[in-house]
Design a protein around this ligand. Sequence first.
Ligand SMILES: NC(=O)c1ccc[n+]([C@@H]2O[C@H](COP(=O)([O-])OP(=O)(O)OC[C@H]3O[C@@H](n4cnc5c(N)ncnc54)[C@H](O)[C@@H]3O)[C@@H](O)[C@H]2O)c1
Length: 245
Amino acid sequence: MIKDELIHLLQNKHANIAVVGLGYVGLPLAVTFANAGFTVTGIDPIESKVEMINRGESYISDIPTAQLRKHTDNGRIQATSDYSVLSEIDAVSICVPTPLHKTGDPDMSFITSASEAIAPYLHRGMIVVLESSTYPGTTRELVLPSLTAHSDLVVGQDFFLAFSPERVDPGRTDFTTYNTPKVIGGITSACTEVASAWYAKALETIVPVSSAEVAEMTKLLENTFRMINISMVNELAQMCDKLDI
Ligand SMILES: NC(=O)c1ccc[n+]([C@@H]2O[C@H](COP(=O)([O-])OP(=O)(O)OC[C@H]3O[C@@H](n4cnc5c(N)ncnc54)[C@H](O)[C@@H]3O)[C@@H](O)[C@H]2O)c1
């Protein structure tokens, strides 16, 4: 069975991993997978980032150059701008940006273009996980149709698709990519199973949930919760300032 073969490959760490988008989220994730013993290919359209990574130079403050270089020197991490490497890849994490428009709604163009770029290389026995912050419904309504636009592969059977939000809290050193509990929700239960088997090999705690939409909603809840807390503390700080407290 395709699912069992892929899980076996992931659990043995023989699966080839790709991380699409090598920014604040993608590069630490690539290093976390490499720390666990996976071989990781990073994909990013910005040539200068690709070149720096291949020279073993980090541009992300959370990742010391020495840590990255250890993995580039032993061939565990390499980077490219060429999506065709995905034909040899078993598992892909998408970590592209989702900035907000002036009107407050998210710019989905990066997720769409990344999904369209992966689509020609989608093959049997592949898993794709979206990590970018986004609205509930994105994985099923936007990513799934883009990935399968030119193929008849069946999700949950031939290939697997899940959402797993990146929850890194910038500036914190006690919770990192490795030990922040990882929520995972698949398009089908088989998708959740494969994604959880993969991430469990590299991260400390996996929290499988019942669907991609549930996983997407947990991220929206967390971001809203943080925004309200930060806003309240900012208001109180200004008030305290005025009261000389
Ligand atoms: N930075 C954080 O603290 C944080 C925390 C939690 C969640 N997130 C979410 O994670 C996602 C990524 O954020 P980030 O901070 O890493 O962004 P970033 O801008 O630091 O990195 C994104 C990377 O994706 C690359 N990229 C853009 N389009 C691409 C494409 N089509 N194919 C491949 N690569 C592409 C960019 O060149 C860039 O290197 C966003 O949805 C963000 O909201 C970020």
